[in-house]
Design a protein around this ligand. Structure first.
Ligand SMILES: [Zn+2]
Ligand SMILES: [Zn+2]
Length: 181
């Protein structure tokens, strides 16, 4: 996601530009639509990017292991520093801060990496597809959100009672047949 800021780098400190975001970005192992608006503010050293972006990532439920869509709100606030002077093209020293975001030699900001980093921070450590996710049966691995499995106690009881009814019924049929002979 590229934004050319050459004009703004020539502008005076404090100049503002609003940029609408509506692009697909590779966020967490898959493409996600990212939407929202960021404000670009010219600072003494570079461009401050500030705004709220919305996206949705497909992640795995930590309890039932099914994939589901998880909405994310990203409150971005990052300063980007030019590596080259916009007028002379001379290379500029970057701040000491490790991993700071840069504006490349073509005066372009790439928001992708910031979006990716903010998204990874916003994804919970143990995501749940829903608050009351029933998880998987520890015995057969069946997804209990889709109903009980054959191992659940209620189901077993139900089956036995059905089976005993059948047995009784067939006994009755046999007895009836015997009686008519
Ligand atoms: Zn789940
Ligand atoms: Zn089971």
């Amino acid at each position: 996601m590229w934004i050319n800021v050459s004009q703004q780098l020539k502008a005076s400190m404090g100049s503002i530009r609003d940029y609408e975001v509506n692009e697909s970005v590779n966020v967490a192992g898959g493409k996600s639509m990212v939407q929202g608006e960021v404000r670009l503010i010219r600072t003494d050293r570079g461009i401050l990017v500030k705004g709220t972006l919305y996206t949705e990532v497909e992640i795995t439920c930590s309890r039932c292991l099914s994939l589901f869509n998880y909405p994310l709100t990203l409150n971005i606030e990052e300063e980007y520093f030019p590596i080259a002077d916009v007028v002379s093209g001379a290379s500029l020293p970057l701040p000491e801060e490790p991993g700071c975001f840069t504006i490349d030699e073509h005066h372009v900001i790439d928001l992708t990496e910031a979006i990716r980093q903010y998204a990874l921070l916003a994804i919970p450590m143990k995501p749940l597809c829903r608050g009351d996710c029933a998880g998987l049966c520890s015995n057969c691995g069946h997804n209990l959100n889709q109903g009980p499995c054959d191992c659940s106690p209620q189901e077993t009881e139900f089956r036995w009672s059905e089976l005993s009814k059948l047995t009784l019924a067939s006994d009755a049929v046999v007895n009836e047949q015997k009686g008519t002979e």
